[in-house]
Write a protein that binds this ligand. Sequence first.
Ligand code: SAM
Length: 228
Amino acid sequence: NLSERLKLVASFVEQGTVLADIGSDHAYLPCWLIQNGLISRAIAGEVVKGPFESAKRNVQSEGLGKQITVRMANGLRAIEQNDSVETVTIAGMGGSLIASILDNDSERLASVKRIIVQPNIHSMAIRQWAVDNSWKIVNEAIVKEDRKIYEVLVLEPGKGTYSSEEMLMGPYLIKECADAFLEKWQGELAELSRVITALTKSAQSEEAKMKRQQLSETKDLIERVLHK
Ligand code: SAM
């Protein structure tokens, strides 16, 4: 059965779309989407041999070789022009890695109408990529599973402008203010306080002072949002 985390990603996949799942590992997400009749065709991309083999094995053993093409490729290079891919999913990696995958070979996104990402950390890197590359955030969600909290961001072509609060914490997530969201940012606040205290005690260099100042500003920003 598919994890809650990947089900949340799946919930934003539009019925009947052509999907490319980049960094697919076991190809669980495309297999599940096909088996539930939600999409008819998918590409599963993997850059590492082990996960690539595992994706191929799974697709074969589920008898989905006609519907899912598994390719060994770096990032968006798994997408070929004839695929007419409309939806890209990238899940289970850090936000900076996801942003760099989107940034490389981005001409491969020409036919793409929706990008769904699930960063484990640092979703701000993806929001920054979106703003810089004329994609706007059309939805976000947050879920807790096995004591970890995961965010999902949905992007579509367009211009978006966001405040610094929204860039860090997510415009839709701030509005929704779910329990998992509160828990995540309470945790971040505690961690920030810990680092700021450590910096105050140990380091006196200009650099350390600047870092502390920067962290304090982030902390204030989070507190403003949480105490609204
Ligand atoms: N997407 C699956 C999920 O959410 O459960 C798998 C997540 S797994 C932690 C991350 C996968 O991304 C790994 O299998 C890794 O090999 C793959 N990966 C990392 N960088 C990649 C890249 N540039 N192109 C394609 N795959 C990549």
